[in-house]
Design a protein around this ligand. Sequence first.
Ligand SMILES: [Zn+2]
Length: 299
Amino acid sequence: MRRSTVLGRLPIRPSDFVVEIGAGPAPFMYTKLILDKYPLDNIERYGDILNVAPIIKADAVKLPLADKACDVLFVSHVLEHLDEPGRFIAEAKRCARWIYLEFPTARRELMYAWSFHRWLIEIESGTLVFYRNDIPQLFGDFFHAHYDFLLDRWSEERFEELNSYLYAATDDLACTISPTSAMEHVLERGARGDRKVNFPSEYGRAGTTGVAYSPGARLKLLAWALTPGTLIRARNRLRRKRNRSRRRRLGQALVARLLCQRCRTPALRLERGRAGEEIACTRCHQRYTATEGIFDFDL
Ligand SMILES: [Zn+2]
């Protein structure tokens, strides 16, 4: 199943107040607010955040959201980046009723071995188990260096083999940090010697491959293959420029759902300050200003 199919089947309504944590170039379609620790810095993601909703700079372990302020927290490929995932889970329970979590499977982590993934995460009997990530980059450099649209399509068709996902009530979330490291965990599980299995290839026997690529996917591949690289790069530059100039603005209704990071009270108000729009706390008088249209709540 492809990611778009998985997301399309989630019981989330367009009217739900969905807060996305750590969005990127492919945000969720119903996201109303984006929270990100590094909104202008793409070191730990593959491109700019797409401006589908207002963006606030905040830390995942100190969310600027009032208690149960959102219907759904959408958290895709963020958990494995966090130093203290347990503190984030506690915040998620406080702020949201439901949560969507997505992170790489062990298989994908072994393929790429990203330098900034602190954890390998498994879902074991409904509990999120965090294994401290010490996986070496055995062939990660190969996959990173040779990533192209064919591999992108290959990965998209194998979303469920390469990514774990979970949609749950936050009350049901449980997590634990394993004393076993990620590498020990992977070695324990993998077959060795004559216990290894050789799989017969579907390629050739089934005509093309084991995966039934849709006619749409095949056409898209063909279009990409025939389009000159210079045209694709020019389109990407234009999209990036347009996206950066189109920040979504925060409205009063959205500000009312936020929590002051200093006094932890939902008493915030949008005001016109000396340097443009500001958010002020009516209780402790803390003021929040914006840079490039992004308010800083990472106090
Ligand atoms: Zn305050």
